[in-house]
Design a protein around this ligand. Sequence first.
Ligand code: ATP
Length: 524
Amino acid sequence: MKLDPKALRYLSKDDFRTLVAVEMGMKNHELVPVSLICTIASLKYGGTKKSIQTLHKFKLLFHDGRNYDGYKLTYLGYDFLALKTLVSRGVCSYVGNQIGVGKESDIYIVANDDNHEMVLKLHRLGRVSFKTIKNNRDYLRHRKSASWLYLSRLAALKEFAYMKALYENGFPVPTPIDYNRHCIVMSRARGYPLTQIVQLRHPSKVYSDLMNLIVKLASYGLIHGDFNEFNILINDEEEITLIDFPQMVSTSHLNAEMYFDRDVTCIRVFFEKRFDFIGERWPKFKDCQNIHSLDVEISASGFTRDMEKEFQDLSKQQDDEEEEFNNSSDDDDDDDEEDDDNENEDDDENNVDNDNEIKNSSKQEKHVKKEVEKVENNDTKEYDDEEEEEEEDEDEDEEEEEDSDSEESVEDNTPVIEEFKGLSLNKNRDFKFSNLKDEDYKAPIVLRKEFIENLDENQSVEPKKEKVELTEEEKQRRKEEKRQKMITDKVKRQLGKTMREKVSVRNNVKSRTKKEVQAHISSY
Ligand SMILES: Nc1ncnc2c1ncn2[C@@H]1O[C@H](COP(=O)(O)OP(=O)(O)OP(=O)(O)O)[C@@H](O)[C@H]1O
């Protein structure tokens, strides 16, 4: 999915808060129900529903109501969360053109307030499997696929850790700047991928530079694993920059020699084909000596050995699933081939059979009961501690909120988008930064930094009221009252919703029956 940061202009703090809540809910739910989103976000039901509508409209959330009613993040939603964090850290303020599409990543130009250009790499691991989950009605069979989010995050962390360690040891790699979730920000390497180069002034020099680089990596106990013309950038001075590190392996790997030879052969074959240059000498794995170790530096960046193992296991699992999906896709129905743009249609209530609706509501009812039980038992381990604290500190006025409010909001069809007042959307100068020279120049989009820079994910959105000193007893009493009220509200809300759903199902059935009767009569 293309990263379109335009929607950032329209998103409010509550929208982001809701998006974070879905991300947190996805830690242990494949689809996060609205009731849980409300609880995690500590927002009113009506407000959350509105935010969900906005997020869904911008395709940041995916809704599924077929087997189980709930929401999950799309890649775009995950991109927005990472971008928001990077913007609030002051790493970048602008998003420019897309400059690369890898098998498992999208690459964009970004810039900071000083118009300094950088590269943003968004990892997209499990891209295929993610689609599998979306299209397949049997979620449980593909439960493992939900790890795309975690897998992409691990890939980014791995790439950042290796890039940092290599950069600090003088390797020709981009400068690592920052990372968040599945995104990495690095310096923009000036040059072109080797695959686009038709002629070299000094092929023998470039060839030996590349072979030396492979040997130098091995001396640090590393093999690139994907050392080919797509991952080598070359500038006008014929200097090389190596990119793309998620598949790096250690020289102590079981198949290290195979990976090493593959890297060497890739370069030899490419030089022969493209530049008609036959390298007479090339390095052998057994001749390489492991002199240095980067383990400490890599672990220091947060990428531990356990993570490495987990990453490899998950990647393998993901590959297996993709293979399984590819093999089985021929047997699938046509409707399983719907693309991203049709997502909105999935949740159209009119397309859902009545039977399914009834099943959904009873399933949902059961699920909410479970959620309520969890709250009753104080079993809120699935939420982060900070969220829990927020819940406890919730404003007292908010507690007294009536259910009618939420009902109104659900029915409310007024547009939820408001133009960001600080920006005039039609004036390119607001979004422009000067030194972007790409031919297909489009004005980059400015992020709503002012709106989101101060938003800490775990920070309560509502301003806290000054608290009056209370006795311990009084505190306990209020806490207990609040807890009881929360539980009752939740149950009431859910029951109200289920009733509405049932009525709508009944109406559908009635109107269908009327129509059928009329059709029957008119046939005589
Ligand atoms: N730091 C950078 N500076 C300039 N261009 C870059 C940079 N990083 C990536 N690119 C561009 O983006 C393209 C894809 O990047 P990269 O190889 O990292 O993605 P990938 O998904 O790992 O690709 P694949 O797996 O298909 O090799 C590169 O070929 C290059 O043109």
